[in-house]
Design a protein around this ligand. Structure first.
Ligand code: C2E
Ligand code: CA
Ligand code: CA
Length: 412
């Protein structure tokens, strides 16, 4: 049978995996997993009927892909695709990206459908069963969810495995591994364009693996339970530079902290407050950025943690607000200091909708007394929109890429 779309139909999850396994026994295949990331949010905001429409549209797009040989519905929001052309994983990624971007371009929905997808090259190797490949496909999907683009896992290159090996060597109390460092991206005041803050972002130029994107190694570190070690280093690097921030008139510095860190490292809050006390960081100068979805998963704990941090003079930002599931009720309960609007809001296809969404973000901030920042300003047009919406803080390549601190000292 060829991959003619006429023969493709949606299979159940088990059937999909069984048939994929039969193919795999004969030859190598590509297996893709596609997940609709923000379906719960779409259902909550626009009703289940709208959610159903989205699911149907995504199903159709996947069935119509030229390369689909088998398409399975693993859960209502998670699809599997098997493709019989293992030599071209990039082609499959390109096809899926294209089909999915068409969904957003052609729809008149007042939101973007967010889709994550991972592709694996499943080799015809008797020592590995289908479950091995499903696990790998799930890792690719997880990395894709953070990167915002499709990801290929190719065991012959074995990058994920090598990253796992390197991350397995990290120990609390050690120094960061060679090539791991933090860079800082400016945050500007929207009205004046003046730089008043920074966000610290990790970079890892590994001597053995080359330059690794945090979107790739952070989810693997989270999965392995070592992310708290990296987050501790980020805080040490940042707080030890606080005199430089004062010299640059930087009022606040955001440091990303994974929700997994709070889960695995029960002494984390004590660790941060000790650092802050010993390094001479000003009250309110350090801001911990926590992603919204992560916060919402465990709201009771989150409220207690946020309060504890605030009591110790450490501020808290909800990161990536507007991406994935958003609940106003939860934001109100948490009493955070900052709301960082996700950059995907600026990429909404419809200008009027984009303006309206930014305005909603600004209004929430104003009524809850939370400082609002919009991420991902890339053009003058983006900046104008943010100003028009009345959002006080902005960040993005338009103002500057993340740079080492020496860069700012030299250009002062
Ligand atoms: P994030 O916290 O949302 O950080 C913003 C990301 O957007 C950064 O990517 C930044 O370089 C990028 N960015 C900034 N301006 C623009 C723009 O105008 N357009 C676009 N398209 N992108 C822009 P980066 O540095 O690759 O970091 C990716 C993610 O990795 C971060 O997303 C954060 O979730 C995580 N991360 C980075 N450093 C750390 C860390 O030290 N600890 C933890 N736990 N996570 C980190
Ligand atoms: Ca952040
Ligand atoms: Ca963000």
């Amino acid at each position: 049978m060829t991959s003619s779309q006429n023969h493709v139909q949606i299979l159940g999850g088990d059937q999909f995996h069984n048939l994929a396994e039969q193919e795999l026994a004969k030859h190598s295949i590509l297996m893709a997993k596609v997940h609709i990331q923000n379906i719960a949010w779409i259902n909550a905001q626009f009703g289940n009927q709208m959610g159903d429409q989205v699911i149907t549209t995504v199903r159709k797009a996947l069935l119509n892909l030229e390369r689909s040989y088998l398409v399975g519905e693993i859960s209502p929001t998670l699809f599997g695709i098997a493709c019989l052309q293992p030599e071209d994983p990039n082609g499959l990624i390109a096809d899926i990206s294209h089909a999915l971007s068409e969904i957003n371009t052609n729809s008149h929905w007042p939101f973007l459908v967010e889709l994550a997808f991972g592709v694996i090259v499943a080799n015809n190797d008797v020592s590995k069963n289908i479950h091995h490949w499903i696990t790998r496909a799930n890792t690719a999907l997880m990395v894709s969810a953070r990167k915002g683009q499709g990801v290929i896992y190719d065991e012959s290159q074995d990058l994920f495995q090598k990253i796992r090996f390197e991350l397995g060597k990290l120990r609390v109390g050690d120094n960061p591994p060679e090539g791991m460092r933090w860079v800082y991206q400016p945050v500007v005041e929207t009205d004046s364009g003046k730089m008043i803050g920074f966000e610290a972002l990790v970079r890892w130029d590994s001597p053995t693996l080359g330059s690794l994107s945090p979107d790739v190694f952070i989810p693997i570190a989270e999965e392995m339970g070592v992310i708290h070690i990296i987050d501790r280093w980020a805080l040490m690097a940042t707080t030890s530079a606080c005199h430089t921030f004062d010299a640059l008139n930087i009022e606040s510095v955001g440091v990303n902290v994974s929700a997994k860190t709070f889960e695995h490292d029960r002494r984390f809050v004590d660790f941060v407050s000790n650092l802050v006390a010993t390094c001479g960081v000003n009250h309110g100068q350090l801001v911990l950025e926590i992603t919204e979805t992560a916060v919402l998963e465990n709201l009771l704990d989150a409220s207690a943690i946020v309060q504890d941090l605030k009591d110790r003079g450490i501020e808290v930002a909800i990161d990536d607000f507007g991406k994935g599931e958003t609940s106003l009720m939860n934001i109100a309960t948490l009493q955070v200091d900052y709301l960082k609007l996700d950059k995907s809001l600026l990429r909404l296809p419809n200008l009027a909708v984009k303006g309206a969404m930014l305005k909603i973000g600004a209004d929430i901030g104003a009524s809850l007394g939370v400082k609002v920042l919009c991420e991902g300003i890339e053009t003058q047009e983006d900046w104008d929109l943010v100003k028009a919406a009345g959002i006080p803080l902005a960040q993005g390549y338009f103002f500057g890429h993340p740079q080492p601190l020496e860069y700012y000292l030299k250009n002062e």
